[in-house]
Design a protein around this ligand. Sequence first.
Ligand code: N2P
Length: 380
Amino acid sequence: MKKFLSLIRAAVPAALIASAAAVLLSGCGNAAGGTVVPNPDTEYYSQLKDEGITLNFANWGDYISDGTDGYPDVISEFEDLTGITINCTTFATNEDLYAKMKAGAADYDIIIPSDYMISKMISEDMLEKLDRDNIPNIGNTDPKYLSREFDPSNEYSVPYFWGVTGIIYNKELVDEEDFGWEILWDEKYADQILMFDNPRDAFAVAENMLGYSMNSEDPAELQAAADLLTRQKPLVQAYVMDEIFNKMGAGEAAVAPYYAGDAVMLMRDYDFLDFKTVDSGANLFIDSMCIPKHAKNKKAAEIFINYLLEPEAALANSDYVGYSTPNAKAFELVSDDIKNNGISYFSDEYLSAHTETFKTLSPDAERLMSDLWTKIRSGK
Ligand code: N2P
């Protein structure tokens, strides 16, 4: 995983670091690994070959298999096949992605927001409708991830990954076997607790502890959740997003709420880490591929989306990033080890009883949550 560059810096000769850094800076691909998609439709994939197109792709960190750690390089293989260059940038939260787009500071052709942000972007006319004829693999998605409230007619989005939130913990520092969100308030772990650094995920944890919906718009409930988060603050070592990789990997913290997929990636490298699903209620998110309004290269973006829907490409991405695939054909290829790891896939009954998907909040509720969050984070 790329996040460890800073950690290995201390231990590895400078020349090696320089070559690793060059790879990271040269775009997404690392040009390693073998053929991802064995028999691509070359006629379809070469239709824009000579047009010199570069796609600006805004993605979450470590959310595509790009040759890192010897995993296949989906990006480079797409580039070779299509002649289309992928220019990757990453964002840490849905709110950051939204703010960048709203400020006109972004020129993206493809983005991967989550459910509640997709419905917000649709309502603010920030997304293009997809031309399904340009995406022949669109039918590979398992229908159970489609027609959700955030895009009921599937006009604007195609699911990329899904997952649940839960608690990543250090088995050497945590003695409890059975715990839920309340461990994030346990004074025994003062200064060894990490917390989500975005309002929606942080409020969801507090709301669930208080027995409220994660989609509450009730000002009194939002205030109570904020009070709970304020009480937690003295115990929190740091509010983090993907910085969690360095901190949990280095054994610097005991517990951290985060996404199941990143737990899978971390646990691959660190035996002392584990992941706890939270039965009282976790968030189920669906991150989906979308094309922003006025994207310069819409058709090329649709071709890239189609490639990411190839079963072998979807599998390669899922194997590397650790997240759960909504692609029915890729799911057939997922190993039994992963299917049964207790983190990545669950029965439909479990998911409907124990998880909740975020909805776009009303503008008033969203403003209140955002103001309360600013106060919590700034300590005022
Ligand atoms: C990837 C983060 C994915 C975000 N590191 C989950 N919505």
